[in-house]
Design a protein around this ligand. Structure first.
Ligand SMILES: Cc1ncc(COP(=O)(O)O)c(C=O)c1O
Length: 415
């Protein structure tokens, strides 16, 4: 027991001393954390609110219903399901509602930034779907419409899935809508990474631009509890089909204790999201620009590097993504190696690294701090400075950024 306790303490202490730049992570506010732990985490609620298979859910039903209604209103959607316990399970449910074993789908492919759940190795493959790739331009880091049109008309997929794990710029939804309509293909937008940016109104609104369904995680740029969500403006038959795929298809119970903090996280984004996300966007541009000036090969250069929370670099010349990510970890800078366009298929030896500024922004960092982070990265990777000294330097820098900003506090409960 002592071993686990000390490992947990070590982890917590360490991450407090780190600059955390994993693009798929965030922290909940203390307010959300407080209401994350409750009796709800012991309970079961199979089925839909007010139509459960178990007793004891009078209050749970109402909380789930209120939360779904809040998301519907915010996103102008006629359908929301907050039961998926992750972005992947949201994808599983939607993919299986829209296509059957043997059907073809089109995704961006890992090199174009898609998530593994869109691919043969992940959810799509497990469901027996044949996953082909849309066109992607690694220079501009955007969807190649001409190539994509050809593929869509040739393959006639049941659906295409866009959005993605590497996403620097908005995608051409309106154009893709017109093409997909020619072959009756649905469009799914996997917003896992940019959900917070969309929530605050600082990224393309996929539903408004014409996608059928959004799937997402609830814990990346959207700072909620770890979970998944499905939103859409779809007919009742498809709504029912998706609900049946969530339960009893993909899940039995969902994680009831996530409901209150999910509601509160949306409330936080409604109150503070514009400030939070506009700072995220200033920060990612500042970090990208400074890294570029210091000699790193930052992708998306000709389009201003990024319009999301992410920055992506080709670090092949500095020893490849795996080496750079490991070296930075030794100096308390946490990010991940990442496959980029034109990479080999080996995910363990990619050319790229991916950085996300959403978590450090939530701790109050601004453009000045992004420049310091770029400098710290340069000192570790380009200057080869002593790792122990750099580790201390990073920990010292992080000391002033320990409090989560842009969040609710107890005194606001009455308002
Ligand atoms: C685009 C995208 N979709 C889905 C997922 C999976 O989300 P989860 O980890 O919640 O299953 C990820 C994970 O990072 C992602 O980047």
């Amino acid at each position: 027991m002592q071993k686990i306790l000390s490992l947990l303490k070590n982890h917590n202490d360490w991450r407090e001393n780190c600059v955390n730049l994993i693009a798929s992570e965030n922290v909940m506010s203390p307010f959300c954390e407080k209401y994350y732990i409750s009796d709800l985490m012991h309970r079961y609620a199979e089925g839909l609110p007010f139509e459960r298979y178990y007793q004891g859910l009078e209050y749970v039903d109402e909380m789930e219903d209120l939360t779904q209604e809040k998301f519907k209103k915010h996103f102008n959607a006629n359908f929301v399901d907050i039961r998926p316990i992750s972005g992947t399970s949201a994808n599983m449910a939607v993919f299986s509602a829209l296509a059957e074993r043997g059907d073809s789908i089109l995704s961006l492919g890992i090199q174009g930034g898609s998530h593994v759940s869109h691919e043969k190795a992940g959810a799509a493959g497990i469901l027996g779907l044949k996953s082909f790739n849309l066109g992607f331009d690694g220079e501009t880091m955007t969807i190649d419409l001409e190539k994509s049109e050809k593929k869509i008309l040739e393959i006639k997929p049941k659906f295409i899935v866009i959005g993605g794990s590497v996403i620097l710029f908005p995608q051409p939804i309106k154009e893709l809508r017109k093409i997909c309509d020619q072959v009756g293909a649905k469009i799914i937008y996997d917003a896992a990474h940019v959900f917070g940016l969309i929530t605050a109104g600082f990224f393309q609104d996929p539903l408004e631009e014409g996608v059928d369904i959004i799937t997402s995680s609830t814990h990346k740029t959207f700072p909620g509890p770890q979970g998944g969500i499905i939103l859409g403006n779809i007919e009742e038959g498809l709504q029912k089909k998706i609900q049946d795929k969530v339960f009893p298809g993909v899940l039995s119970n969902h994680h009831l204790h996530c409901t209150p903090p999910l509601y509160f996280a949306l409330e936080e984004m409604e109150r503070f999201g514009k400030d939070y996300v506009s700072q995220i966007l200033k920060n990612s541009k500042a970090l990208a620009g400074q890294l570029n000036d210091l000699g790193f090969d930052i992708l998306g250069k000709e389009k201003g590097f990024t319009e999301s929370h992410q920055v992506v670099a080709n670090v092949e010349k500095q020893g490849r993504g795996d080496f750079v990510a490991k070296k930075l970890e030794e100096a308390n800078i946490i990010l991940n190696k990442n496959i980029i366009s034109g990479d080999s298929a080996n995910p363990n030896k990619p050319k790229g690294i991916r950085l996300g500024v959403q978590e450090m922004t939530r701790y109050g960092m601004k453009e000045e701090e992004m420049k310091i982070i770029a400098e710290l990265i340069k000192e570790v990777i380009l200057d080869g400075k002593d790792i122990e000294i750099m580790k201390e330097k990073v920990a010292e820098f992080r000391k002033n950024f320990q409090e989560v900003k842009y969040c609710l506090n107890e005194s606001e409960l009455s308002s």
